[in-house]
Design a protein around this ligand. Structure first.
Ligand code: SF4
Length: 315
């Protein structure tokens, strides 16, 4: 696709799909965004130059500039430089202590820290369920939110109970609801390929969703449903005690990290969930819609794998 406007439209749609509700395109200001849509005059060269570069050679005449052939050129022509605006690492949220264990220090910047150690993961908040089987049984008879009434089957999660690598998705879809198993549709097949790329089968890892019953019509989970269902997820993480957590998609990431930040701002960092390194990447279903996200997803899972390898080797 060569039409930059069409590419820009798709880009904006992707950002919306990632959970962004504000018109903030990386480091674009409102003025820059207005220029893109023709609502503001073009930026001067001084405005476009990065800090400290205002003394550079004169800008070429507009007529000499080649027409933009992708959305990045469109943005640059409008006064922004998205390719140069690498997201700044997002440090710990207000009131949450930051920590960057040495073992991860050279792999990626530290991100959000939720909780301080794995020991206080549950405290008195979670149900007293002593095994993954008892968690699954409790989910099967759960009425803590209305979703049990419309779903066909509970989908508690599955995999290796001693897994070092645990993945958290959003909620069951239609195929998962039919089968009672997580990630078994098209997105599940893609997830298996992603796992294979880092030398895992789905039997090696543990796969769960935040919600254990399907929201009707695949609608977004509601806050009260997440709140009702979270103790099961928390308990599963405590029982499995993974060495690495991977949040698949905006919803899982925002839920685990208790943040509204977009996935674009959460990727590429090593967050901590009660001491467990947590990597954020795209949901496989989103990859099916946007194949361009396969490469960043590959980078994310490679990072997660390296963290695990270091943790296992004690390096
Ligand atoms: S979605 Fe979670 S909280 Fe709601 S009924 Fe199912 S198991 Fe219970």
């Amino acid at each position: 696709m060569s039409d930059p406007r069409e590419q820009l439209r798709r880009y904006l749609e992707q950002r919306r799909e990632l959970g962004e509700r504000e018109l903030v395109l990386d480091q674009l200001s409102v003025e820059e965004a207005l220029r893109i849509v023709g609502g503001a005059p073009p930026a001067t060269r001084a405005e476009r130059a990065p800090q400290g570069a205002a003394e550079g050679p004169p800008a070429p005449k507009a007529a000499e500039e080649p027409p933009p052939n992708d959305w990045r050129e469109t943005l640059r022509a409008a006064g922004a430089a998205p390719a140069q605006s690498a997201a700044k690492p997002v440090r710990a949220s207000e009131g949450i202590p930051a920590s960057t264990p040495e073992v991860d220090g050279q792999l990626a910047p530290a991100g959000i820290v939720v909780g301080t150690t794995s020991r206080d993961l549950f405290g008195a908040r979670g149900p007293s369920l002593e095994s993954l089987e008892s968690v699954a049984k409790a989910i099967a008879t759960c009425t803590r939110c209305p979703l049990y009434a419309t779903a066909k089957n509970p989908v508690p999660g599955e995999g290796n109970p001693d897994a070092d690598f645990m993945l958290v998705g959003e909620a069951p879809g239609a195929t998962e609801d039919e089968t009672g198993r997580p990630f078994v549709g098209q997105a599940g097949q893609l997830l298996e390929k992603i796992l294979a790329a880092i030398k895992f089968t789905r039997e090696d890892v543990f796969i769960v969703n935040v919600l254990k019953h399907r929201p009707p019509g695949n609608r977004n989970p509601r806050p009260e449903e997440v709140s009702a269902c979270s103790p099961y997820l928390v308990r599963q993480i405590e029982l499995i005690r993974p060495k690495v957590l991977v949040a698949l998609g905006t919803f899982a990431a925002q839920t685990l990290l208790d943040t509204k930040l977009s996935i674009g701002k959460l990727r590429g960092q090593i967050h901590r969930y009660y001491g467990v390194p947590l990597i954020v990447t795209y949901h496989p279903a989103a990859l099916l819609r946007n194949p361009a996200w396969k490469r960043p997803t590959w980078e994310d899972v490679q990072l997660a794998r390296r963290i695990l390898d270091r943790a296992v080797s004690g390096a």
